[in-house]
Design a protein around this ligand. Structure first.
Ligand code: NIG
Ligand code: FE
Length: 395
């Protein structure tokens, strides 16, 4: 199988597949893909008869480095207190900020490592990791350093995003622009120390406006960062259009994306990263318009949005079921959205998300008779074996 670019619109229906396949792995790389073992020598053979074999999944939107947890918010949710109201009262993201500020770097490292192990066990071999629970220079750097250490030491591949503009901290409640300036002031250091490739912002009612986001992201772009936006997650403000205008690599959430915004994504090639687990967990009836996006030719990816508030799950297989039932995506579209397209959404299109000769051997063997099976049989883990860089890391 040759390497491919991202699959947009109706091309997402294409899913290259071999019925009787052999995958050769040597020194951490894929060396052979074919339909016969004739003439091939191997030290170890894994018999995958009756099983599904795929590239490692890519989760292109997570907030995996954070302190504490937020189970106490469940009761508020049950009483119908909206997510943005909890944030307004100083809870939500700001509660995790408090817990992250007081946590040591080593503690955050151990905790994130635990979550990454769990993600690997569900078949994910590459993730994006956002900061954004520090909201001050010291803690944002601490979070980003944890992600960098994990990239250097954990089996998982991590791609780092600076989300300093995730919420307005108490200290800057009266002056959000001063806060954004402080976060912008970190960009040179982040570049210098290679702490993040992408810059993201939460464009939302009560958080940052479209104009503040435009200014913030434009400055990040000038400094050479790729852009991402938490766009139109709860209220339809126009973050989708902004992402396309600025040539962001991805626009994420998009529950309230307008017709115009969707058209613009198709034109700009900005990847729509949809997060139906979050919409489910926020208790919303209306999900992102994936069908419309695909019909209009948008490149769609899927992610967990793993975080302690709006989507506390590492189980990306559950997201497949939400994508099937609530986004009405086909199994082929779902697999493309969690492999090829997800890898392009984090700038790893040439390294991850596809099984191809010469690429890293990131391979998952599933206890499933076919690829339709995963979105169908839900809530459990179908992984048989996860191979990362040619080594078995989860079984
Ligand atoms: O993608 N919306 C902003 N950020 C996260 C939630 C973070 C949190 O609640 O801790 C999201 O939904
Ligand atoms: Fe998020």
């Amino acid at each position: 199988m040759e390497s491919d670019g991202p699959r947009a619109g109706k091309d997402m229906q294409q899913l290259p597949m071999l019925e009787e396949a052999v995958v050769g792995i040597k020194d951490g790389k894929v060396t052979y893909i074919g339909e016969t073992t004739e003439g091939i020598q191997a030290d170890d053979i894994i018999d995958c008869q009756g099983k599904l074999v795929t590239p490692g999944l890519v989760d292109p939107h997570t907030h995996v480095v954070f302190g504490g947890s937020r189970e106490h918010e469940m009761a508020l949710k049950q009483q119908g207190v909206p997510y943005l109201e909890i944030l307004k009262q100083g809870g939500g993201i700001l509660s995790t900020v408090e817990q992250t500020r007081v946590a040591s770097e080593d503690h955050l490292f151990e905790k994130a490592s635990f979550h990454l192990d769990r993600m690997l066990s569900y078949g994910v071999t590459t993730v994006e990791a956002k900061s954004g629970y520090g909201l001050d220079v010291e803690t944002e750097v601490k979070q980003l350093k944890v992600a960098k250490r994990l990239q250097e030491s954990h089996a998982m591949d991590l791609v780092s995003t600076f989300l300093g503009a995730h919420a307005i901290p108490h200290e800057f409640k009266e002056d959000p622009q001063a806060f954004l300036d402080e976060m912008l002031g970190m960009l040179d250091l982040i570049k210098l120390e290679e702490l993040a490739e992408f810059v993201d912002i939460f464009t939302e009612t009560g958080v940052f406006t479209v104009e503040q986001s435009r200014d913030f992201l434009s400055k990040a772009k000038e400094k050479g960062f790729g852009l991402k936006i938490h766009a139109d997650e709860i209220d339809p403000l126009g973050g989708t259009e902004l992402a396309a205008d600025l040539g962001a690599i991805s626009a994420d959430h998009l529950v309230g994306a307008s017709d115009e915004g969707i058209k613009k994504l198709a034109q700009s090639g900005t990847i729509a990263v949809l997060l139906p687990g979050t919409t489910f967990y926020l208790g919303k009836e209306t999900f992102a318009r994936a069908r419309k996006m695909i019909d209009e030719g948008v490149t769609v990816a899927l992610a967990t949005d793993f975080n302690p508030g709006s989507c506390p799950t590492e189980n990306i297989q559950l997201i497949m079921t939400f994508a099937a039932l609530r986004l009405k995506m086909t199994p082929e579209e779902i697999w493309n959205a969690m492999t090829v397209n997800a890898s392009y959404a984090i700038g790893r299109g040439e390294q991850a998300g596809q099984l191809a000769v010469g690429r890293k051997a990131d391979v998952v063997i599933w206890d499933a008779p076919n690829y339709f099976y995963l979105p169908y049989h839900y809530g459990v883990n179908h992984v048989n074996t996860v191979i990362k860089n040619g080594l078995i890391v989860s079984k």
